[in-house]
Design a protein around this ligand. Sequence first.
Ligand code: CP
Ligand code: NVA
Length: 331
Amino acid sequence: MAVNLKGRSFLTLMDFTPEEIRYLLDLSHDLKAKKRAGIKGDLLQGKNVVLLFEKTSTRTRCAFEVGAMDEGAGVTFLDSKSSQMGKKESLEDTAKVLGRFYDGIEYRGYDQKVVEDLAKYAGVPVWNGLTDVDHPTQILADLLTIEEHVAKPLRQVKVVFVGDIRNNMAYAWMYGCAKMGMSFVAYGPAELADQVDADVVARARAVAEETGASIEISSDIESIKGADVLYTDIWASMGEEEQIPERVRMLTPFRVTKEMLDATGNEDVIFLHCLPSFHDFETTMAEGQQELGYDIREVTDEVFKSRHSKVFDEAENRMHTIKAVMVATMA
Ligand code: CP
Ligand code: NVA
């Protein structure tokens, strides 16, 4: 049956079948080729979208803005300081009001329940632009990037996520690999293994049983052998900055280095990162922490700038994939 996602919210990849995810990836490839050919689109002509951000963003915000404008939609951006949401007006009322004005709503914040409640009350598609436990639009961009740079079907690809294995990216990857029948290893400190949400792992493994995927958690370097993709993320996610000293203690052995790339045994392994990344000391945060005695780099500059690194193709793909989600779901 033909895939039709009109009117659907995009809250987590767990809500989508492998065929539906395949459809979004194919649409992303098409929209990317269209933009590369310089063809101006009108697929979202007459639509308006609102972007709600309770956390900061560069890529996700700009991907929604450019993606919408490329296809003719109007865009409003609201951060937590400039709207009434949650302070003078309940989430339910806010969702009902915005649903009257807009054809789609993006939300980035903390609790997954907020994005679920927005979707419950808005009456229009709601898109998850990152919560504490998921980042589904990022995974779509990552899968597109893998298809462009790894000469294998997704179901033969092994992804290793290194570092804070209980963060939103680690969980989003478990879901993405489970759905697409891929091999996934969360490679991080043994002391973190117990903190990985057992419900997330159980749900991913239940899907994996149907798709042929594998979902593994390991602190053994042997587990990264044969990786096609080495993926990492910052060690302290947004809102967790006070935990930096503890994270540096725990995660320094898991910094992505040339030696770690070599340990995969795959000379064509690619390095991906959702970004932003600390790979040098050219940011106020990395420099400030260094002055306090903490080296917060989750990846070396050598790896970040190596031939293995596809991080800027990946960043560009946020725009093509988020555009595909809007085009596919807005009625
Ligand atoms: N990868 C990502 O979500 O980037 P931003 O935080 O800049 O949106
Ligand atoms: N884990 C990171 C992802 C940023 C895109 C965070 O939540 O800050």
